[in-house]
Ligand binder design. Structure first.
Ligand SMILES: NC(=O)c1ccc[n+]([C@@H]2O[C@H](COP(=O)([O-])OP(=O)(O)OC[C@H]3O[C@@H](n4cnc5c(N)ncnc54)[C@H](OP(=O)(O)O)[C@@H]3O)[C@@H](O)[C@H]2O)c1
Length: 267
């Protein structure tokens, strides 16, 4: 199976490296098309596959084409690669807000998979939600799921709208976690800890909570009850969170992210 990654930036490089590291594809099977000459030269030094600066007939021999350019660059991308695309090829797009039918219309092929990965994919702990057009076969879908699993966990959905929902949850999600961590760090400093101590307290608390959650079958609510004693400190914090509608505010933020993802997908 020959794979072409179009766009060797953050995500394109992440995928190329995860496929090679997990030995799903060989260097000979990996092709990267990167228009920035500077980045292309850097990619060549990494020796992960053949790097091209321009589209050409080599595209015709690839089985899977992964689109990993910024959404604003798609017009140029579509027009330059279309002459080398054929009906048998499968396209996997990780571009935010670009719908399956847009890709089908512009490239003139039917087999399109759309995926929404997130930043931790870079270190193999990513969360990717993906959906596919009807023309993609089960075998092709399984092959792509296998590739996506090289950078973390995957969830398949048969409703493309759920890609926008995933964008609001796991796509933007790492930023929400950093926002909570940053709030804890700022509070820890106000209470007298140094920057490095505050970062350690915040980071180790998140890590410990997640590992506890993974090790047992309790829900988040049950864990909250385990930490909270009547009239105690956690109860005081939660009483304040409740009064200030912290949970509702957070959920409103996610709803805004979902609305924005839908808006972008309509363009
Ligand atoms: N970063 C994330 O966490 C994340 C998460 C989920 C989804 N995504 C999606 O992943 C996609 C890529 O994001 P990124 O952060 O990896 O972007 P990026 O670092 O800017 O990488 C994109 C690369 O593609 C190159 N490029 C643009 N047009 C091209 C073309 N026609 N042919 C070949 N190469 C081309 C760009 O070159 P120039 O620099 O010269 O323009 C750039 O090097 C985006 O659509 C984004 O929505 C990203």
């Amino acid at each position: 199976m020959k794979i072409l990654i179009v766009g060797g930036g953050n995500m394109g490089l992440t995928f190329a490296q995860s496929f090679i590291n997990s030995k799903i594809v060989t260097h000979e099977q990996m092709l990267i098309l990167e228009k920035s000459m500077k980045k292309a030269n850097e990619l060549k030094k990494l020796n992960i596959g053949t790097v091209y600066g321009e589209p050409a007939s080599y595209i015709e021999d690839t089985d899977l084409i992964i689109l990993a350019v910024k959404p604003q660059d798609i017009s140029l991308l579509f027009s330059t690669i279309k002459p080398f695309i054929n009906e048998q090829q499968v396209v996997l797009s990780i571009m935010a807000g670009v719908r399956i039918d847009t890709i089908q219309d512009h490239l003139g092929l039917q087999k399109v998979i759309r995926a929404m990965p997130n930043l931790p994919s870079q270190i193999g702990t990513g969360m990717t939600v993906f959906s596919a057009s009807d023309a993609v076969t089960r075998i092709e879908l399984a092959m792509v799921q296998n590739l996506l699993s090289a950078s973390g966990k995957t969830v398949y959905t048969d409703k493309e709208l759920m890609i926008d929902a995933a964008t609001a949850i796991s796509g933007s999600g790492p930023a929400y976690v950093f926002y909570f961590m940053q709030s804890m760090i700022e509070s820890a400093k106000q209470l007298g800890f140094s920057q490095s101590e505050a970062e350690l307290l915040s980071y180790q608390t998140f890590r410990g909570a997640i590992e506890l959650f993974n090790k047992h079958d309790y829900t988040c609510d049950e864990w909250i009850q385990k930490v909270t004693s009547k009239g105690g400190t956690t109860a005081a914090a939660f009483s304040s969170f409740h009064d200030q509608r912290v949970k509702e505010g957070f959920q409103d933020g996610i709803a805004a992210a979902f609305a924005r993802a839908q808006e972008l997908s309509r363009v």
